[in-house]
Design a binder for this molecule. Sequence first.
Ligand SMILES: [Zn+2]
Length: 260
Amino acid sequence: MKQIFLALILMHTSVLFGQEMNQGAVFNWPSDERLAVSLSYDDALASQLDNAVPALNRHGLRASFYILPNSAVTRLRLEEWRAMARQGHELGNHSIFHPCRASLPDRDWVAAHKDLDGYTAEQMKEELSTANTILYAIDGQTDRTLTPPCGDRLAGGEDYISLVSDLFVAIKPPKEVPGFSVTWSPTGVTGAELIDYVRQMEGQTRMVNILFHGVGGDYLSVESDAHEELLQFLADNRDRYWVDSFINIMRHVQEVIGSE
Ligand SMILES: [Zn+2]
């Protein structure tokens, strides 16, 4: 059973995106924590710099920020993103223009020139590669992870994810990877709901990806108090939960799997 899991990982050494993981995979987190928790913050929003980063730093917790080079908040607050990366947080690739498939339900908001259905997979690959270069100019890092905009994997009807796996250490799966991880984008939830979710997943999966957008502002947001309650809970239970950036968690998975 373990061998099958290893083979799956080795076949996809640089990418984990929705492919089936074998149930019962055997590997440990660095201090035998029961669950790895990756907190991420997408779209380069001001409330993340104003509220999320100070809260994370107060608790000594590292997270991942999937910023957009075309966002005004990236440009106007560039030194703050750079400083945050120096503090150990991850700047992740979320493309340059955030193209999403306009043909899917509830995608009326997608601008015509950012419609992923109108892209080609090669075009998306070039955009992501260029975003990596821009991020390198900001933080000096060469290794990168990707959170695909809207969790889409088709560009112009073609699977672009398989085309870009070489560009990334790992790619965030938009939904459950059985036996390995779950992904949740909470909005408007209480601190108790966030904590309950982490508690419920403990023992059911190995890793939880929590994707935030606004924190105490902006859109798809979670109130600062609720966010703070979750961080306090995670900081109080470091023996059970390994909270780190997505890239650090995925590097650990690959190191462990690669060395066995
Ligand atoms: Zn996004």
